[in-house]
Design a protein around this ligand. Structure first.
Ligand code: SF4
Length: 152
């Protein structure tokens, strides 16, 4: 048993924290965590950043999450509201949680504008998002802080 603590998107562990009020529990991930003796630390950056559940879907506006982290880009919801502050607060909180808990790895939900690792969603129009290669805001902040992120 390794006992290594790893950050995990809370929705992957069955928490109903998705924007639509659902969850996306992954039995495959749970099996892997158990087999490797990893200790999951559930975390939802959007709720941690102060957003309610359920909430309207949101997308990265501009090229990528790096732009949001540097203040050049925004995260907006389908109503056009600027959610950048909440997304950044959630990302900062994730980095702090990892630093405090000596957490070096994170298993995150693919496709999310917060948690996506290989792909995420950017704004295609004022009311629609589209899937693109790239990280979400929290994944990008964690990688920048030296936490290795794996998409699930
Ligand atoms: S922000 Fe991350 S943890 Fe929270 S619901 Fe979305 S994908 Fe899951």
């Amino acid at each position: 048993m390794s006992g290594e603590r790893v950050l995990v998107s809370a929705c992957l562990l069955g928490k109903r924290c998705r924007y639509d009020g659902g969850e996306c529990r992954s039995s495959e991930l749970e099996r892997r965590l158990a087999e490797e003796g990893l200790v999951p630390q559930p975390f939802c950056p959007e709720e941690e950043g102060g957003l309610a559940t359920p909430r309207p879907p949101a997308w990265i506006e501009g090229k990528d999450a790096a732009g949001v982290l540097s203040g050049r880009g925004r995260v907006v919801d389908e109503k056009g509201r600027d959610l950048s502050a909440a997304f950044l607060a959630g990302a900062r909180s994730a980095v702090e949680r990892c630093a405090e808990g000596d957490i070096r790895r994170a298993f995150l939900k693919e496709g999310s504008p917060s948690c996506g690792v290989a792909w995420t969603h950017v704004a295609a129009s004022s009311s629609e998002g589209k899937k693109v290669a790239g990280m979400g805001v929290t994944a990008a902040a964690l990688e920048e802080a030296g936490v290795r992120c794996f998409g699930v």
